[in-house]
Design a protein around this ligand. Structure first.
Ligand SMILES: O=P(O)(O)OC[C@H]1O[C@@H](O)[C@H](O)[C@@H](O)[C@@H]1O
Length: 477
């Protein structure tokens, strides 16, 4: 968090325009602050005496109409407690059982229910009130992710005239998929209430522009702009990055060293293939496990000398599809270890729990191969973090799905189709045997991209041009 702050902003607390960030999860907890979004927002929030509006993480018996204000390191938080009905209807059902599967092109998993949409509308309204309670007309509101598509529309209904930006962290689906939503038109129209919308990939930009033209009668004004309902909206390609320097430092921290030492005791001098993902069906974990089984099947020389470690912290565990995924992975792992394991070798080490950022960074640094093979993914920061953590003199190899947003930037990775498990197995074998010169060449180019197009680059790209007085809200552009 080291972005220089414009001098004219320093010390102007309370007077200059502020950044008001809105996201379901916030970084009130300093552990969470190490993550990407927090890194990107923290300096600007601090410099502008900004405010972060989000869920408190608490679930109450009754809905609250007020937020609790908290402060941390010069940043204010307005935290909203959800009622049980909101938690279920808004978060579990509409956000995570309708929008999440639909935006990841899994129409087969979508559960539509009108009462859930009402909770989604209501929760967006409540959050917009929280913003309106604290914002002044010059402030800049930056909304994050699929939980709050309606937020700008609700804020405009409260007569808010100021700038509102939206960044979608997940993929934006083709209009043909989006239109399966019974509420497609309401959501599409609500998107037109933002001033700028940032998307992870060029494909996402194309999909959203097509939606606004085909469903909302928008007119392409050329470049990034679309004229729709009398307003010009900027649709910008902004691939999110990481704080590469800080992540490299994490990989060299004492906590990282302790984690690698612990693992080495069991790993010995075997080669390590690593995967780190939230336990989510979009991540292609069953296909990945099958690819690893095929590796052991087709390349017997890997037996006993190669281990695959999958770290998969459970997520949204009360949703049926996630429970089903857990069972599938438990079964596959047991089967593969049963089929291929030996007295002195466990082929798959499967850890369904979370580890600290530093520990993960350390584990990446000693891995020979990293498997990032989602079936659909907005960006996938594991790919970038793995590259940042490598030793330049002996780097590991990244195997990356063509369906991760990161594949648009990280073309020097070994790009795979995660559904083609035979081919993925071949790619793993190739990665394990890749000569040092090729590993170094690929890593150098990948690392250049990770370092240059980092988290600060992303934030400044989002705000470039669209916000005339960007400096006044603490950005360097
Ligand atoms: O917040 P959850 O449901 O635990 O999911 C974790 C994160 O998953 C990400 O992929 C989403 O883009 C975030 O918005 C979300 O916070």
């Amino acid at each position: 968090m080291t972005t220089p702050i414009a001098d004219d902003v320093k010390g102007a607390k309370g007077k200059s325009p502020r950044l008001i960030a809105v996201s379901n999860r916030t970084a009130i907890d300093s552990n969470a602050r190490a993550g990407g979004l927090a890194v990107a927002l923290w300096d600007s929030l601090k410099a502008t005496n900004g405010l972060w509006v989000g869920w408190s993480g608490k679930i109450k018996d009754f809905p609250s109409s007020k937020t609790t204000i908290a402060s941390d390191d010069g940043v204010d938080f307005a935290l909203y407690d959800m009622s049980k009905a909101q938690y279920e209807g808004f978060y579990l059902n509409y956000a995570n059982s309708v929008l999440w599967p639909l935006f990841h092109s899994r129409l087969d998993l979508v559960n539509f229910d009108q009462s859930d949409f009402r909770h989604y509308q209501d929760t967006n309204k409540q959050f917009s009130k929280a913003v309106a309670d604290h914002a002044t007309p010059d402030d800049y509101v930056w909304v994050h992710d699929y939980h709050f598509i309606l937020l700008a529309d609700e804020l405009r209904k409260l007569s808010w005239q100021g700038k509102i930006g939206f960044f979608l962290h997940i993929p934006f689906p083709p209009p043909e998929t989006f239109r399966a939503l019974p509420e497609a038109i309401i959501l599409a129209k609500a998107l037109t209430m933002y001033d700028i919308i940032g998307l992870q990939t060029t494909m996402g930009v194309t999909n959203l522009k097509r939606l606004l033209i085909e469903v909302c009668g928008g007119v392409d004004e050329g470049g990034e702009d679309i004229l729709v309902h009398g307003r010009t909206i900027t649709i910008r390609h902004c691939p999110i990055g990481i704080d590469a320097v800080a992540f490299k430092a994490s990989a060299e921290s004492p906590q990282a060293k302790m984690a690698t030492k612990k693992l080495r005791k069991f790993l010995g001098d075997r080669k390590l293939i690593i995967g780190v993902d939230r336990m989510d069906y979009s991540k292609g974990l069953p296909q990945r496990f099958k690819s690893v089984a095929k590796l052991f099947d087709s390349f017997p020389h890997t037996h006993g000398v190669t281990s695959f470690m999958q770290i998969a912290p459970p997520s949204r565990a009360v949703v049926d599809e996630y429970q089903q995924l857990r069972k599938t992975l438990d079964g596959l792992c047991g089967r593969i270890n049963g089929d291929y394991g030996d007295l002195d070798w466990i082929p798959i080490r499967y850890l369904a729990r979370a580890y600290k950022r530093e520990e993960i960074a350390g584990l990446y640094s000693i891995s020979d191969v990293c498997l990032v093979t989602p079936l659909q993914d907005g960006m996938n920061l594991v790919a970038k973090e793995f590259i940042a953590a490598q030793d330049p003199d002996d780097p590991g190899v990244l195997i990356l799905s063509q369906f991760a947003g990161a594949a648009e930037q990280m073309t020097e990775a070994l790009i795979v189709n995660p559904y083609d498990t035979d081919k993925v197995a071949e790619m793993i074998a190739r990665a394990l045997d890749m000569p040092l010169a090729e590993r170094k060449k690929r890593w150098k180019s990948l690392n250049h991209n990770v370092v240059v197009e980092d988290i600060n680059w992303w934030r400044e790209r989002f705000f470039a041009k669209a916000l005339a007085p960007a400096k006044t809200i603490g950005f360097t552009t």
